[in-house]
Design a protein around this ligand. Structure first.
Ligand code: SAH
Length: 240
């Protein structure tokens, strides 16, 4: 199985960047996934190779031109390309683990990285770009956002993470934040590892971890906690 990522950017030299190291980098070298970063500017038509222009209606900044971006998209992705076309954008739906899982199960993605004030609306519409945000703050370009998305996806690909269990337990996978972790030494500055974790009693350990995950989620993320409770009460009750 192979996840094929094509990134359209004005800064292809930023890639693979951090995706070339550690787990993602090893998986890339093994061919578990493929990455190609393509220069949008190669599709410019004037002698200055310009890709942006001033916003219609006035205002600050520049806007990526639709004709050039459409050319770049069309040359990277044929009409029958099954991969979703994403545009990194603060106006998009916030990326979450469910979308990451979906993407990881698919054939790959074509990812457009914006710059300047953003891209002309007509190319978003005509090429059916799905806008994806990585959070409520503004980056200077879509490249780092694309790397965030790819990093999250690639670690879920078969064979990429050593221990598949560690993926299933992660924060968000069950709609909860993850429980706290401890490791040796047993005494750190006078603070001990909670007794239950060294008890060897797996049922108690599991119950403690579940309770901690619920406590952290309730305290830190009331939004997730509400969703988790709603999902639980929607399911037919098993034990409780
Ligand atoms: N004027 C725009 C912001 C442009 S930032 C606005 O107010 O919505 C320039 C580019 O950076 C965007 O086109 C997008 O590709 C990328 N970017 C910035 N913040 C992002 C975020 N939170 N998530 C995903 N991409 C982002």
């Amino acid at each position: 199985m192979r996840f094929d990522a094509t990134v359209l950017t004005l800064y292809p030299e930023m890639f693979p960047g951090p995706l070339g190291a550690s787990l993602a980098g090893k998986a890339l070298a093994r061919g578990d996934w493929h990455l190609s970063a393509r220069q949008i500017r190669d599709h410019a038509t004037d002698r200055h190779r310009s890709v942006d222009d001033t916003p219609a209606g006035g205002g600050a900044g520049m806007v990526l031109r639709p004709d050039i971006l459409a050319q770049a998209i069309d040359s990277a992705s044929a009409a029958d390309d099954p991969r979703p076309r994403l545009l990194m954008s603060p106006r998009g739906r916030p990326l979450d683990q469910a979308r990451v899982r979906d993407l990881a199960a698919g054939p790959g993605a074509v990812i457009v990285c914006g710059r300047f004030e953003g891209v002309d609306q007509r190319v978003i519409d005509s090429r059916a770009l799905e806008e994806v945000s990585i959070g409520d703050y503004i980056l200077s370009g879509g490249e780092i956002a694309a790397m965030v998305l790819l990093d999250a996806v690639v670690r879920l690909l078969p064979g990429v993470m050593g221990n598949a269990e560690s993926g299933a337990q992660e924060s968000f996978e069950a709609g909860l934040l993850e429980h706290p972790h401890y490791t040796r030494p047993r005494d750190f500055e006078g603070i001990q590892i909670p007794d239950v974790l060294t008890s060897g009693d797996h049922a108690r350990i599991e119950a403690w971890r579940q309770a901690e995950a619920e406590r952290l989620t309730r305290d830190r993320r009331p939004d997730l906690w509400e969703a988790h409770r709603a999902a639980k009460s929607a399911k037919p009750a098993k034990n409780t």
